[in-house]
Design a protein around this ligand. Structure first.
Ligand code: URA
Length: 268
């Protein structure tokens, strides 16, 4: 059984997940179902959408950080590649997370993917296998990807931190600061059309904000000239299945940008 590292923040967002699903939007069941047909297929690519920035809200207690962004100003490394990044990461001991890990979870999938999913950090199953999102939350993520008409091998999946935080706690600031440059290089090297942040840690890291995912969810944002969309973490969906409808709407936005069409949906 997977113990996901995002347990703490998932609990924080629990109230947001109870919203009703729109009856007009068919929601595919994200449970494993034998013989389930994939109902999406690639179609003509639509016009690119305008990027919309997250509106600032007066009520926000924790504002988006101001000042120059570490990531925006970070130069791209010429001819960077995933193997080079993995070599540079090596048998990493840069932060304290290395002490408790079994395997580094670098990332997995298509090195030329148009779609990158960014999670938080490995859980127990990922730590054991060295692969991202292979536990319970990972199975749900796989179903989400398949509901989009894709397979795991079509996309790239990685995390903010590459080693499992002890007791599945949230990654700490210094750990994120140490590890996230590798994530940034991964994103630059893959050069996806769309980045989907799964949960608060991913969106907080890439957008350098303290706001939670529910404040960004479903909005098109920008990260280093790429489209970024944040949605709930699959582990949150395991606790709050009612929020699947919202995530499905978010994924449909991603599908539209990627030229994937849902032919027929299935209500869950
Ligand atoms: N949760 C994450 O954020 N990442 C994983 O790889 C697995 C669970």
């Amino acid at each position: 059984m997977n113990s996901c590292a995002c347990a703490a923040y998932c609990a924080r967002d629990r109230s947001a997940g109870a919203r009703a699903q729109s009856p007009g939007v068919p929601v595919p069941s994200l449970e494993i179902q034998k013989g389930e047909t994939i109902l999406a297929k690639p179609v003509r690519k639509p016009e690119p959408r305008k990027l919309i920035s997250a509106p600032a809200r007066k009520t926000d207690v924790l504002p988006v950080l101001t000042g120059p962004s570490l990531f925006e100003s970070a130069d791209k490394i010429a001819d960077d590649s995933l193997p080079k990044i993995q070599t540079d990461l090596g048998d990493c001991t840069r932060c304290k997370l290395h002490k408790g890990r079994n395997k580094i979870v670098f990332g997995d999938g298509n090195p030329k993917a148009e779609l990158v999913f960014v999670g938080e950090g490995p859980g127990a199953d990922e730590d054991a296998q060295g692969l991202p999102f292979v536990g319970r939350a990972g199975k749900l993520l796989t179903q989400m990807i398949e509901a989009m008409g894709l397979q795991r091998k079509d996309v790239y999946i990685c995390n903010v931190v590459k080693c499992r935080p002890p007791e599945n706690r949230l990654p700490e600031k210094d750990e994120v600061a140490t590890c996230s440059p590798f994530l940034l290089r991964q994103i630059d090297a893959i050069a996806p059309k769309v980045i989907v942040c799964l949960g608060s840690v991913a969106v907080q890291t890439l957008l350098e904000t303290h706001r939670g995912v529910s404040q960004f969810r479903g909005q098109w944002l920008e990260f280093r000239g790429r489209k970024l969309l944040a949605t709930y973490h699959p582990a949150y969906l395991l606790r709050n299945p009612n929020a699947k409808g919202e995530v499905w709407k978010d994924l449909q936005k991603v599908m539209a940008v990627l030229g994937l069409e849902v032919k027929k949906g299935k209500s869950s």
